[in-house]
Design a protein around this ligand. Structure first.
Ligand SMILES: [Fe+2]
Length: 168
């Protein structure tokens, strides 16, 4: 079914938010690289790339259904000042929670419009967000546990270097 015109702005909002998440993660990758935490930086970079893929999936969905989405404005980054990995992951979790809320909002809008065609995609993203929050939460508790312990932080950094992200 062709996408209802009224739903296109809701999808555009989500597309823009996914690009915004990508830039947020890129900025966190920069901060971590500047602090010589290459594994943590690599993890944030992979996460950023995944967010771009998320945006593309929403773009393709709208295109496939005869819409032509326009990417909205992404505000400039307001980088955290010299964040610790703990602060970086706290920021990441806050961002993921925001993205989850936005997906639920988009879901509610499509349901209200009786748009069953977007359900499979949105179900996937609802599940994806559960994974994202769990992964970030897990790293966060490991960081809380090691606190300021240098060797502990380096172990987490090494672990993040090889650790996959949550998948698209
Ligand atoms: Fe995403």
């Amino acid at each position: 079914m062709k996408i209802p015109e009224s739903l296109v702005p809701a999808f555009e909002k989500q597309i823009t938010l996914e690009f915004r998440a990508a830039l947020t993660y890129r900025q966190l990758a920069i901060e971590m690289a500047a602090q010589s935490l290459p594994g943590t930086a690599a993890w944030f970079t992979r996460q950023a790339d995944e967010e771009v893929l998320h945006a593309q999936r929403f773009i393709d969905h709208v295109l496939d259904r005869g819409g032509r989405p326009v990417i909205g404005e992404v505000p400039a980054q307001q980088p955290l000042t010299n964040p610790t990995p703990l602060e970086a992951f706290r920021a990441a979790l806050a961002h993921e929670e925001k993205v989850s809320a936005a997906i639920r909002e988009l879901y509610v809008a499509t349901e209200a419009a009786g748009d069953l065609d977007s359900r499979p995609l949105l179900n996937e993203f609802v599940a994806e967000q559960v994974e994202e929050e769990a992964t970030v939460g897990e790293v966060l508790s490991a960081l809380e546990r090691v606190g300021d312990d240098g060797p502990g932080l380096l172990r987490i950094d090494a672990d993040l270097a090889s650790r996959g992200t949550t998948g698209a």
